[in-house]
Design a protein around this ligand. Structure first.
Ligand code: GLP
Length: 256
């Protein structure tokens, strides 16, 4: 039953189409309602189907596989063949509070540019995002309106971030996020926090909440290189590096 439904959803139906009724599936396969319901439940969990209260069960829109890398929202959507757009909720300059100052390696009270944006993919709300940028590195950033892509604007100023770190947490949408993302409060979201650097200076700190029903994080993984630890120096031997003789020291943080 599950395989039949999966083939139907991926082969014949399109996003938003209703799936055949439980009664019809029971009759066609000669199975109980419970069996049909379990098959549908499994595909709801997989994200292929979605239940809409009071309306029925429909083919879910495909999930966007968001790769963990130093790309912008706009780039990620373009890579997926989607159109990115944005609604600016706040665009201001303000003194940096302690947590933002620490993340950007600036002094508390230094001016930061703060953007609060709702991000769309093909007109569907996908993420809400707070972004803070150090004002002194980006003069007149808001003078001609808010750029539709922060990273394009950084690139035009020769400040494309070249490294950074993302942290990803599971969370629940609060009331405001839920309203903006058109989901129910308490639904799961992916909270992605990014610090990005250009050279050795922080250029961006961002906190995003992505709809987890529309995003799959894609994390390429590879075996870590053998840790390289200098051998203990002896009187007759220079310090050298020999990965074959090093103890198996485990990194404290794993990177992707
Ligand atoms: C992603 C990152 C944010 C970054 C944003 C820039 O969403 N998580 O840290 O600020 O992309 O996107 P854009 O250049 O489209 O404004």
């Amino acid at each position: 039953m599950r395989d039949y439904l999966r083939a139907l959803v991926t082969g014949e139906l399109s996003a938003g189409d209703p799936v055949p009724s439980e009664r019809m599936l029971c009759e066609r396969f000669g199975v109980s309602r419970m069996t049909v319901r379990q098959a549908v439940d499994a595909l709801v969990v997989e994200g292929l189907l979605e239940r809409i209260q009071g309306r029925g069960t429909f083919v879910a829109p495909p999930k966007v596989d968001l790769q963990v890398r130093l790309a912008s929202f706009t780039e990620e959507m373009v890579r997926r063949g989607m159109t990115a757009s944005v609604k600016v909720l706040t665009a201001e300059t303000a003194p940096a509070p302690p947590d933002i100052a620490a993340a950007l390696d600036i002094a508390v009270g230094d001016t930061v540019i703060h953007l609060y944006r709702l991000r769309f993919a093909d007109d569907a709300p996908m993420a809400v995002e707070h972004t803070w940028l150090p004002s002194d590195r980006l003069p007149a950033f808001l003078e001609h309106g808010v750029p539709s892509s922060v990273y394009v604007e950084l690139g035009e100023r020769g400040l494309t971030p070249d490294w950074g770190e993302d942290t990803i947490d599971a969370g629940e949408a609060d009331d405001e996020e839920a309203e903006l993302l058109t989901i129910k409060p308490g639904k799961p979201v992916l909270r992605i926090t990014r610090r990005a650097f250009t050279g050795d200076q922080a250029i961006e700190y961002a906190q995003s909440a992505y709809r987890s029903d529309r995003y799959t994080l894609w994390v390429p993984v590879s075996r870590p290189n053998a840790p390289v630890v200098p051998r203990r120096r002896t009187t007759t031997q220079n310090t050298d590096i020999n990965p074959n003789t090093t103890p198996n020291t485990k990194p404290i943080r794993s990177t992707t």
